[in-house]
Design a binder for this molecule. Structure first.
Ligand code: NAP
Length: 364
């Protein structure tokens, strides 16, 4: 290396250091806008940034990888390295008459990516319209809605091993997808950073079947007298967007991270016992890779409603009037207050039904 190159490399690593910020407010970094600060903040926009942070020992100390903060609740200050993943690109890798394969940067906005696919007639994720989040966060909890799961269209997940700094590619099978679960949320939690996701999508004109099964969609079609055979992915995406917006609070009035808990899956025998006391309790078959006869999915929102906690607001924190699964806060609140309220919901649901609601939101 020449002297000039050496000076340039020292300067460039110095500049990388300059990109970090100390003691930053957490308020803008989560959709709850909870109060607190992070010791250090870094934003990655290229894969080289990850290598640089690895060399700066950012991942060898306490860290948290932040996407767009819509599934994160900070419970007070974060004493560690907050790393925002803002890797952003969409690249077409392959295409034939039937399918297209896209590689998408992990920091791309999920809602925008769905819109991009719908606009290009790439089918497979239209039922996942309007789920707040990023492309890289989608495989972590295998986002799903209205009968579709992101696992159905994922070909590969790319990323970097945070212990060795090596690049790694996971095939769909290696991701261990399950209902709102994946290897990235379990075995690899905190050990791997997703840099890109590769999707295989169908071209809509290839005889693709829209998934219209869910009651909300059926009701909309019935109410607005939509002709089913006139619906394209664009119309279905719009219908889902309207349905979801009706269920979500106005973010100018209430802060939220959407569904706070996962819909519980319980043994069918337990459900049948509960039915004796609560005959209106709904259940749905477990529709995923590990489908079994013996388990059913229960809407968590109904359980919360049955314990009388739908639409309540206690000291600025509560549940949304139109959807009990959505915890909301009025104004910037201390995250601990929101955590305490969520624990109250868990306790009361557990006491009444013997079901422990598991978190969908990451509490940090
Ligand atoms: P919803 O439509 O009221 O459904 C509540 C529960 O019933 C969910 O567990 C849902 O299963 C289940 N369900 C309803 N119809 C079903 C059917 N025909 N077959 C099988 N299961 C059925 O739920 P919501 O809270 O308003 O949310 C709408 C959709 O968005 C749901 O699919 C929900 O799961 C999804 N969502 C996803 C995320 C996420 O991925 N992070 C966050 C919020 C909401 P499923 O959960 O399997 O759909």
């Amino acid at each position: 290396m020449s002297a000039d190159e050496y000076i340039l490399s020292v300067l460039s690593s110095f500049l990388k250091y300059m990109q970090s910020q100390s003691s930053v407010s957490l308020v803008p970094f989560s959709s709850f806008h909870s109060i607190g600060s992070a010791s250090n903040f870094f934003e990655i926009t290229t894969e080289e940034d990850i290598v640089s942070l690895f060399e700066q020992w950012v991942f060898q100390n306490k860290f948290y990888i932040l996407w767009n903060g819509c599934n994160t609740l900070f419970d007070g200050d974060f004493e560690g390295n907050l790393v925002k993943n803002s890797l952003s690109w969409i690249e077409k890798l392959a295409e034939d008459e039937m399918r297209v394969t896209l590689q998408v940067g992990a920091g791309e906005d999920w809602v925008a990516f769905v819109k991009y696919c719908v606009a290009h007639n790439y089918a497979g994720i239209e039922n996942l319209s309007e789920i707040p989040g990023t492309v890289g966060a989608a495989p972590v909890q295998n986002i799903g809605a209205y009968g579709a799961e992101v696992a159905d269209v994922i070909k590969e997940v790319h990323g970097i091993d945070l212990q060795t700094g090596e690049k790694k590619i996971f095939s769909q099978q290696e991701c261990s997808f399950w209902y709102r679960e994946s290897i990235f949320k379990s075995d690899l939690k905190g050990l791997f950073i997703i840099t890109a996701v590769v999707f295989t999508l169908q071209k809509y004109w290839s005889g693709y079947q829209l998934n219209l099964d869910y009651a909300d969609i059926q009701n909309y079609i019935y109410e607005y007298k939509c002709e089913k055979d006139q619906l394209w992915i664009k119309e279905l995406s719009e219908i889902i967007t309207i349905i979801r917006r009706e269920k979500l609070p106005n973010l100018d009035e209430r802060w939220t991270a959407g569904s706070f808990f996962k819909n519980p899956i319980i043994p069918k025998s337990q459900y049948e016992i509960l039915l004796e006391s609560y005959p209106m309790l709904k259940s749905y078959p477990v529709a995923n890779l590990f489908k079994t006869e013996e388990q059913v999915k229960i809407p968590a929102a109904q359980l919360i409603e049955l314990v009388g906690l739908k639409g309540v607001l206690e000291d600025g924190v509560g549940t949304y009037i139109n959807h009990a699964l959505i915890i909301v806060s009025k104004g910037e609140q201390d995250g601990a207050k929101i955590v305490k309220f969520s624990q109250k919901i868990q306790r009361e649901v557990n006491q009444k039904f013997g079901i422990l609601l598991k978190l969908e939101v990451n509490i940090v």
